[in-house]
Design a protein around this ligand. Structure first.
Ligand code: NI
Length: 136
C-alpha cells in the first residue's frame, strides 16, 4: 500500500533567462520579457511529494517535520530572496527556467529521502504555469 504525502513550500527569487552565446535578438525572440537584463522576480510555490509504504509503527510515510526541515534547508534557504543566476551555483551556467529549478530542487532533496521512496516536485512559477519532475 503506497501513500503519497505532500508539503507545500514557497520562495521568492529573481532570474533572467538568456544564453550568452546567442545574439540579443535571438534571446529576445526565445525568452521574451524573461531576458530582461535587470532580472525580474517570481513568487515560486513548490510542492514536494514523497510516495512510499506507511510505516506500521508510526503510521507515517515520512515524518512531515523532517520533510519540512529538509525543504527549508535544501531549497528555501538556497533559493529564497536570491538572484538565481548570480547566487546559486547550479545556475551559473544553467538557465533558471521553471524546468531547471524543479530539477535542481529535486537533485538537492533526493539524497536525503530514503531510497525505497519516490520523490516528486511540482514547481509553480506563476499561479497558471507549473512543471513537474520526478527523476526520470
Ligand atoms: Ni521569469
Amino acid at each position: 500500500m503506497k501513500v503519497k504525502v505532500s508539503r507545500k513550500a514557497h520562495f521568492n527569487a529573481a532570474h533572467r533567462l538568456y544564453r550568452p552565446d546567442w545574439s540579443t535578438e535571438r534571446n529576445d525572440r526565445i525568452f521574451g520579457k524573461c531576458n530582461n537584463p535587470n532580472f525580474h522576480g517570481h513568487n515560486y510555490e513548490l510542492i514536494v511529494s514523497v510516495t512510499g509504504d506507511v510505516d506500521p509503527e508510526t503510521g507515517f510515510v515520512i515524518d512531515m517535520k523532517v520533510l519540512k526541515e529538509l525543504i527549508r534547508d535544501e531549497v528555501e534557504n538556497a533559493f529564497d530572496h536570491k538572484n538565481l543566476n548570480l547566487e546559486v551555483t547550479e545556475f551559473k551556467k544553467l538557465n533558471p527556467t521553471a524546468e531547471n529549478i524543479a530539477v535542481i530542487a529535486w537533485n538537492r532533496l533526493r539524497p536525503h529521502i530514503a531510497k525505497d521512496k519516490q520523490l516528486e516536485v511540482v514547481l509553480y512559477e506563476t499561479p497558471r504555469n507549473f512543471v513537474t519532475y520526478s527523476g526520470e
